[in-house]
Design a protein around this ligand. Structure first.
Ligand code: BDR
Ligand code: CA
Length: 319
């Protein structure tokens, strides 16, 4: 088997970040070298607690967890969205964490880990980009050690979820998103379009809660929380789809497009605008634009199977 790929995850755990962490930790293809936390789905301290608690619950090896930015680079931050539950991770009652975070701030942890890395690493960013923007502004030379950034954020053709125009991670910290997307580093953006595609049914989530592995049981519990919150008979795997794209890029359809983050203070603040025109010569394009790879859709059946299989819960799926 090929050597596992070294990755760093930046999260705002977050029920669907938890699903992403469960997949990343279970995948033999990935070697998780660190997890950095940022405010977003809930306050920073709760994000750290949720992340540590989750790692305890699956008896994960001692992967370093670092706390980072407790707010966006400019703004005070948005209120926590209610969909993730009172504790931000589906209110599963997992208890207090037994393991501890590292002492370093996330930005310092990332600088050190990337500087010391023998080979460039992949960064999987599933949250507002405040930590990553600060890292790239303070220590731009670490860019040499970043192979690619996989970023869950924005919308391609889909509507926004936090405002009619903007997706949560980008709207929470638009300046940070602009810094990261315009950094010139290779970026694969996983926007709301594929994010909305990959699902488990309520029955499948129920079956997962009966699985042998702790990871599958937790994933089932989180999925059931979302089913209950939205009153739906399915739940999205959300951020975990971004991790699936890293593990299995063949399952994703990607196009390269220039993107701009709207930093205005109006209704479209935080929107990701893509230049999809055939003819641009002689026409106007204002502001900062950088070409990124955008996942426009994924093979949903392939990714839900990948997720269930990594958690040892293939038998929970209906297909
Ligand atoms: C993104 O926002 C958060 O609510 C989710 O964790 C995901 O990263 C989706 O807009
Ligand atoms: Ca997230």
């Amino acid at each position: 088997m090929a050597k596992p790929h070294p990755v760093l995850l930046d999260v705002d755990t977050g029920g669907d970040d938890a699903l992403a962490l469960l997949l990343a930790m279970a995948s033999p293809t990935l070697d998780v070298r660190g997890i950095t936390c940022v405010a977003g789905n809930c306050a920073l301290e709760q994000v750290v607690t949720n992340t540590l608690t989750l790692l305890d619950a699956i008896e994960a090896p001692p992967v370093p967890v670092a706390a980072g930015m407790d707010r966006p680079v400019l703004e005070p931050g948005l209120p926590a969205p209610p969909l993730h539950g009172g504790d931000g991770m589906g209110d599963l009652g997992l208890g207090a964490p037994r393991r501890s975070r590292v002492d370093d701030h996330a930005v310092e942890f990332l600088r050190r880990t990337l500087s010391d890395a023998e080979e460039p690493m992949t960064m999987i960013c599933l949250a507002p980009l405040s930590n990553i923007a600060m890292l790239l502004r303070m220590y731009p030379s670490v860019g040499e050690k970043i192979e690619r950034l996989y970023v869950m954020g924005g919308t391609y053709a889909a509507p926004g979820n936090t405002t009619p125009a903007a997706e949560f991670n980008v709207r929470y910290d638009p300046e940070a998103a602009s810094i990261v997307l315009n950094s010139g580093l290779p970026v694969t953006l996983y926007p709301l379009d594929p994010f909305m595609q990959v699902r488990f049914t309520k029955e499948e989530a129920e079956a997962m809660t009966e699985a042998k592995g702790a990871g599958a049981r937790i994933a089932g519990g989180i999925a059931l929380h979302y089913c209950r919150f939205f009153g739906m008979d399915f739940s999205l795997i959300g951020d975990a789809g971004t991790v699936a794209t890293v593990i299995d890029p063949e399952g994703a359809t990607t196009v390269s497009r220039p993107v701009h983050v709207d930093l205005s203070t109006g209704t479209s603040r935080g929107a990701t605008v893509f230049d999809r025109r055939i003819l641009t010569d002689g026409f106007v394009r204002e502001g900062e634009w950088t070409e990124v790879d955008v996942v426009t859709r994924v093979d949903a059946s392939r990714y839900r199977k990948l997720m269930a299989s990594a958690l040892g819960a293939d038998e929970a799926l209906d297909d």
